[in-house]
Structure formats: C-alpha cells, structure tokens
Design a protein around this ligand. Structure first.
Ligand SMILES: *Cc1c(COP(=O)(O)O)cnc(C)c1O
Length: 381
C-alpha cells in the first residue's frame, strides 16, 4: 500500500492495515453462511501457531478473553496472588481481579526501561504467590529465560500478556501461557480478537473446553454428524471467535512479518531523527533490543508540560497517546489495593508520550512528527 500523505492530513497514532484481501475474505464467509467456530477459525489458529513456531493455538474473541482463559486453564482464583506490571493496559490487572485473585503490582526496571523489574518481582513473592504475568511493553521482548528461572525457583506459573508482540519469535515458547490481542490498534487485527498459546497439550485441551461452556461437542460437530449430544465437563465461558474474524486473521497473519519489518524500520528512523532534532528526548530501550515495534514511546524532559505538548501536536495534525497511565494509580485500584508506591513506573507514566507508528507511515511522516515535537517542546518548556 503506497500513498502520499498531504501535508495537512492528520498523522494517525495507529491504523489497521485493511484492503482487498480482507474484503474478499469477509465476503467469502457471508457466501458460505457458516458464521462461527468453523474451519476458518481453526485454520487461523494453525497459521498463527505456525508463525510463532509453536504446536497449536486457541482463538478467542478478545485479548482480554485470552488473558482470562490463560488464568482459568490453570485455576488461578481466590487466595492466589499474581505479580503484574503496573505499566500496562488495565486488562493485565483486571483479569486477575475477575479471577478472584489478587494483583500484586511490580515496578519497572528504570525510568527508561519500562519492563517489569525482576529484582522488584522477587521481593514481592509471598507464600500465596501462584503466578507471574509479564508484558512485553511496546513490543520489546522480555528476557523469557530469566523470568522462567525466577518462576521455577519459586514454583510459580509464568504467563505472558503478549498483546504487543504478535509475530515476534519466542512469545509462547517458554511460558505456561501467552495471550495475544488482535484489537484494531495492534500489529495485526481481527477487529476484536485474541489467541492463547499454551505449551502443554492437556492445558490446551482444557482451554478449548473452557472457551465454549465446557461442552464436549460443538455445533459444527453436530451439523456434520460427528456428534449427536454433548456433555458439560467444566463450568466454561463463551470466549469463542467467529468465522468473520477467523477469515480476517488468516489474511493478516500472512502479511504480519512484512508489516513488523516496516514498523522496525520506522522506529529506527524515529530514533535517528529524534537524536538529531530533539536530543533532550529519551527513547526507551537500546536500539538493538528485539522488538515487534508495536508503539513508539518517548520520554519527555522532566518538568515538561505534557498536556501542552499533546495540544501542540494535535494542532500540527499529529495524534499522540500515553502508554500507559500506571494501573496502581487508577481510582479503583487505589481504593481496592491501597496506596502502592512504584517510583520508576510513576515517573515513566508521567513523562511518556507515544508517537504515531504503523506500517502505512513513511519517512516524510516521521520527519513531520519529529519537527512538530521539536516545536511543541519549545512552547511547553
Ligand atoms: C490491547 C491490550 C490488551 C487487551 O486486549 P483486547 O483485545 O483489547 O481485549 C491487554 N493487554 C495489553 C498490554 C494490551 O495492549
């Protein structure tokens, strides 16, 4: 998809990559008239598993459902504590609350390294800790081997919130379960949708049961005469994916590697431009860090008026966002879990600004964003 951005057009923060292949895929589902949990969802699971070089995967209807299914497949519930990053989207913590367990918030490594800190995590392990949930912030790969070692030292489960790393090798290969999201602003999309990768085939089988009411046979099996009745062997949920989303997923998986390459090239371009034009801006992580380049986070100078920067950028036609406001500072979490202090997370959350990054951007777009930021910084100081 090539295209010239008019100088006046708004540069979007994120944009779903959709075209003729997606339209055709959706139209085929309509023509076939089988709308949910059919062959397309199954083919999407297999294609996604192939991409990540894992045995199999379980499709669900959101990234949040993927996280919930991960916890449910291992009976994480009342009495359990789960270590979670506060520097994440709120779903990383809310799924733990929904399971009846307690999220224990962990600080990030440093103000320019917004990955959950392994040292701080170790300090927060108690005899009620059952699991660790890590999140590959912004698409930057966590050190899975180190987290596996920590989990094994304490007999804990290791879960990945892999919402930012679709297409990044390694996710789902070392942990007990990895949950991906295909929401519209992620590296690939099915509008709403998610996927769980579970290493253990028994857990995977259980996850499939829990996804659809714990039923031993599904509508498709009965329609094809493969089953007559069914039993219910688990108290399950409806976390099913439909065929329209499955069809989108099949097409998007094929194109994901190319998009992720473009994202990485754009991120490298950003680093170069920012280093030249705005040396006071800090870009988190080392340039060589393995990443799916999901977002383009930067740290504004200390004391900088961020709302002013956001307003100036908007006036210049550049969308921005914040990834993320710290979860433990949200009103609900303060009320429910007390006044937790995580200094590095709080400092990062106060200074972070996310710049536009998606595969439809080009080098002139990046240059336009950086010069808008340079002007905004002068005003907001
Ligand atoms: C998007 C996202 C989710 C939730 O995914 P949905 O598909 O929107 O339910 C969870 N965790 C993180 C880190 C995310 O970015």
């Amino acid at each position: 998809m090539s295209r010239v951005t008019p100088a006046s057009a708004v540069i979007e923060l994120a944009a779903p990559m959709l075209g003729e292949p997606e339209k055709r895929a959706l139209a085929e589902v309509i023509d076939d008239r089988w709308l949910t949990m059919g062959d397309r969802v199954r083919r999407f699971e297999q294609a996604f598993a192939g991409l990540h070089e894992v045995e199999d995967a379980v499709a669900v209807n959101s990234g949040t459902a993927a996280l919930q299914l991960s916890l449910a497949a291992f009976d994480i519930g009342p009495g359990a504590e789960v270590l979670v990053p506060s520097m994440s989207f709120v779903a990383t913590a809310s799924v733990v609350v929904h399971a009846g367990a307690t999220p224990v918030f962990v600080d990030v490594e440093a103000v320019d390294r917004p990955h959950m800190s392994i040292c701080d995590a170790r300090r927060r392990v108690t005899d009620r800790t059952r699991a660790i949930m890590i999140m590959h912030y912004g698409g930057y790969a966590m050190d899975l081997a180190a987290w596996r070692a920590l989990a094994d030292d304490h007999g804990l489960l290791l879960f990945e919130d892999a919402a930012h790393v679709a297409g990044l090798a390694g996710a789902g290969t070392v942990s007990d379960a990895a949950a991906f999201s295909f929401f519209t602003n992620k590296n690939m999309t099915t509008a709403e949708g998610g996927m769980v990768v579970l290493r253990d085939p028994e857990r995977r089988r259980r996850a499939r049961l829990l996804r659809t009411h714990g039923m031993t046979a599904h509508t498709l099996d009965r329609a094809h005469g493969r089953a007559v009745g069914y039993d219910v062997v688990e108290c399950g949920h409806n976390w099913r994916m439909d065929e329209l989303r499955g069809a989108l997923g099949i097409v998007q998986v094929e194109r994901l590697a190319g998009w992720n390459r473009t994202r990485r090239e754009l991120a490298a371009r950003y680093r170069a431009e920012l280093g030249r034009a705005t040396p006071e801006i800090v870009v988190p992580f080392d340039p060589g860090h393995r990443t799916s380049a999901h977002i383009m986070p930067v740290l504004l100078p200390e004391g900088c008026d961020r709302p002013r920067v956001v307003a100036e950028m908007r006036a210049a036609g550049v969308q921005t966002s914040v990834h993320f406001p710290a979860i433990h500072r949200f009103e609900y979490y303060r009320r429910s879990f007390g006044d937790v202090r995580l200094p590095n997370t709080e400092r990062f959350g106060e200074r972070e600004l996310t710049l536009p990054l998606h595969p439809a951007l080009d080098t002139p777009d990046v240059e336009r964003v950086v010069s808008a930021l340079r002007r905004a910084l002068r005003v907001a100081r």
